[in-house]
Design a protein around this ligand. Structure first.
Ligand SMILES: [Zn+2]
Length: 199
């Protein structure tokens, strides 16, 4: 039996930008229903605050697992209407800074954990470890998150290890280059094959 209160408590510190309305814990996935906190939102085009709601949308990003079980948020966000007549932005969707990035299907904190695991266990190992942590990310998702990690400056490696991954099955490939001495990722290149490596 899921202790709803403990789930809310565990999630709450990171979800302070939201008002949690309900938690469903009966299925394989814990679903947390929430709304944004309301109040006026500043128009991104003209900078004028508006409290006029044009419509509601639901965003359903994956969030950090609880108790090894995957969590999906169902967040009702508002589409606001700018009240300045000659503003170029008639309506705009409110954002949830610090928690949700525009167009992303995972919360920022889940993406952070995913990247940390993938960075340590580049490639196939992370695809085996992530499900055990309750993070539902296929190998392709893991590799995409790897591609977005900025690369720090590193000394030139002496021995390279090379592997390639399918970003989409049988379509897009990427080649990962690893410093064989340290195990650190050197680069991730689009495409695969000898020519990519030579370039
Ligand atoms: Zn405006």
């Amino acid at each position: 039996m899921l202790d709803t209160n403990s789930v809310i408590k565990e999630l709450f510190s990171g979800l302070a930008a939201l008002a949690v309305t309900r938690v469903e814990g009966a299925g394989a996935v814990i679903v947390v229903h929430a709304t944004t906190r309301g109040g006026p939102v500043v128009c991104p085009a003209c900078g004028t605050p508006t409290a006029m709601v044009h419509a509601f949308h639901v965003r359903a990003p994956a969030d950090l697992p609880v108790d090894g079980r995957p969590v999906t948020l169902r967040v009702q966000v508002r589409r606001m209407r700018c009240q300045i007549d000659d503003c170029a932005m008639k309506t705009f969707r409110e954002q949830v800074p610090g928690l949700l990035e525009r167009y992303q299907r995972s919360t920022i904190r889940l993406t952070g954990q995913l990247r940390a695991v993938v960075q340590e266990l580049a490639g196939r190992a992370s695809a085996r470890v992530l499900p055990a942590l309750g993070i539902r990310a296929g190998r392709d998702t893991a590799i995409r998150s790897l591609l977005k990690i900025p690369l720090p400056d590193r000394p030139t490696p002496i021995v390279l290890g090379i592997d390639d991954f399918a970003l989409r099955r049988n379509h897009d490939y990427a080649t990962i280059v690893i410093n064989a001495d340290t195990g650190q990722r050197v680069d991730v290149l689009p495409g695969r094959g000898g020519q990519v490596v030579t370039d």
